[in-house]
Design a protein around this ligand. Structure first.
Ligand code: ADP
Length: 537
């Protein structure tokens, strides 16, 4: 109990020696024996002595605080407080003692070894048969684990709320950027070669909008609303295939090493997003290390997270127990200051100079890892630098080789009829303009019902190109399923800038292009769908 103003006690101490009674006299008493034996830490103080000292403590109290009986008895409880103890909570307890009332608080206390614990403290005055105040009784409980769990939950809820907000904004931005980028592409194709000024202007708009699109993708990734196209792959091959880009990111003056486990398990992830995540972490490491002595190491290994909640277990990492592929990136930079370690995954958190960091890189990594059923953590490397760990759940099955876009068929101009379905007016108009520009014959519908009406009148469409998220009951996946059933000769291409678990499941069996898409990319995907052997039989 915090210090008590002994001088304010209006009673003269009764003649009995209460300390002796508490220490010896009551030992025959069954309740006293129980108090001594209980695992709940308990103390008794004497308000009639100066400074309200502790006159009794049980073994559970010495165990919780690390002090011996001799160190405790005779002292005021304030020795449990430290610099981070909330003064207003201390004042609350002091007031209760002065006014002889019960009080229950949660207070940060310090053990003898200097470590802290959250103490659920209950203090109550004890009166004798004549209604005279005799003692104060304090029961305590170390509730650090509960407080930590609450803090973690609070942190998770905050991330969820920020994620919802960013996801909503990013979704709308995606559509705007789709319109800007789309018309830029159309303009670019029309500007005469000699018109240098117009060409420069178009290129500047295109560059700025592309940067906006990258930021939007990162926001969507953080909000876990990004359309993930996962496939079974081995992270070792991803690190190896990605080597040239990683080498270029790191540069010649910093050593980049790889320690890849033999027999690494496979995982089911979106390779493009996984590469982005790795690139972000390696890029940060590059920024953190010194030019000539910098060392960055990428390691892969199989790990088994056990059931236990302590130490290295899955629960401690907020992951389900089980098998994971762990990818770590260690550097020998200054490391991440523990004071900011729980903030670095927040969107817009950066310690870099204005214009150098957006604070979205690790937010994107965090969202992507969560969406992939894994987790990203930060710690300290053997060199005292930062150690980032990515945990991907193990997947069963054999890996598929990633298709090499360079080997795919060259894009050709189409002459086919396309039924485009898009509820947003501007995006729809743009899509129509893009497709017409590519030589397709386009009919635009604004929702699934309208599209089915068009098909009922005229089924001669080679391609259905539909947005996934649409109002009016049936979404793009539902429409695709209906068209596949009733018009099997019509090929299907879906588009979205937004992911949703329910939609994700249904959309997996269709080809998909992410928004915002560019003119060339759209043509390539349409050709891939239309020219696929057996696509329209
Ligand atoms: P940005 O790189 O734009 O600042 P990030 O989200 O990628 O945004 O990173 C957030 C912050 O995390 C960085 O500004 C930096 O303070 C810290 N950080 C990330 N990686 C490292 C590292 N390898 N070493 C030290 N600090 C790091």
């Amino acid at each position: 109990m915090p210090d008590h103003e002994g001088g304010e006690t209006p009673h003269t101490p009764p003649p009995r020696d209460r300390k002796a009674e508490a220490q010896q006299g009551g030992s025959s008493d069954i309740f006293f024996a129980a108090v001594k034996a209980t695992r709940m830490p308990m103390i008794v103080t004497d308000p009639h002595q100066p400074d309200n000292p502790i006159i009794f403590c049980n073994d559970a109290f010495t165990f919780m605080t690390g002090y011996t009986q001799a160190e405790i008895v005779g002292s005021n409880c304030r020795f449990l407080q430290g610099p981070e103890t909330d003064r207003s909570v201390v004042d609350q307890v002091r007031t209760a003692i002065r006014t002889r009332e019960e009080v229950a608080v949660e207070i940060l206390n310090y053990r003898k070894n200097g470590s802290t614990f959250w103490n659920a403290l209950f203090v109550s005055p004890v009166y004798d048969d004549d209604g005279e105040l005799v003692y104060f009784f304090g029961s305590q409980l170390d509730i650090s684990r509960r407080r930590e769990a609450e803090d973690a939950l609070h942190e998770a809820q905050k991330m969820e709320a920020v994620g919802k907000l960013t996801g909503g904004i990013a979704h709308d931005f995606n559509n705007l950027l789709q319109v800007i980028l789309g018309y830029v592409d159309i303009l670019e194709a029309r500007v005469a070669d000699g018109d240098r000024a117009s060409r420069r202007a178009v290129e500047a708009i295109s560059g700025a909008a592309s940067r906006g699109a990258t930021l939007t993708q990162q926001l969507l990734a953080f909000a876990r609303k990004q359309e993930l196209r996962d496939r079974l792959l081995n992270f070792n091959s991803l690190v190896t295939d990605f080597r040239p880009i990683l080498d270029r990111t790191v540069g010649d003056s910093v050593a980049l090493r790889r320690q890849l486990a033999d027999n690494l398990w496979n995982c089911r992830i979106d390779p493009v997003q996984a590469e982005m995540a790795l690139l972000n972490i390696v890029g940060n490491a590059r920024d953190a290390v010194d030019d000539d002595s910098g060392r960055i190491t990428i390691t892969t290994r199989n790990v088994l997270l056990p059931e236990d909640a302590d130490g290295e277990g899955g629960a401690a990492l907020k992951l389900d127990a089980g098998e994971y592929v762990q990818v770590t990136v260690a550097d020998n930079g200054p490391g991440v200051d523990p004071a900011i370690a729980d903030k670095i995954f927040d969107p817009f958190f950066t310690t870099k100079d204005m214009g150098k960091g957006t604070g979205l890189g690790l937010a994107m990594v965090y969202g992507f890892m969560r969406q992939s059923g894994g987790l990203a953590t930060v710690g300290t490397s053997d060199d005292g630098g930062a150690l980032f760990s990515l945990y991907f759940p193990r997947a069963s099955g054999a890996t598929e080789r990633r298709s090499n876009p360079a080997l795919s068929k060259p894009a050709a101009h189409g002459v086919e009829r396309v039924l485009m379905v898009e509820d947003q007016e501007e995006v729809g108009e743009l899509g129509r303009a893009m497709l017409q520009d590519l030589g397709y014959d386009v009919v635009l519908a604004h929702n699934a019902r309208e599209a089915l009406d068009v098909l009922a009148r005229d089924a001669n469409f080679q391609l259905l190109f539909t947005d996934i998220l649409m109002p009016g009951g049936m979404n793009g996946v539902g429409l695709a399923q209906a068209v596949k059933r009733d018009y099997p000769r019509t090929a299907i291409l879906l588009t979205t800038g937004f992911a949703d678990e329910a939609i994700d499941e249904g959309s997996r069996s269709y080809e998909l292009i992410r928004k915002p898409y560019r003119r060339g990319e759209l043509n390539e995907r349409i050709r891939a769908v239309l020219d696929k052997p057996g696509a329209r039989t």
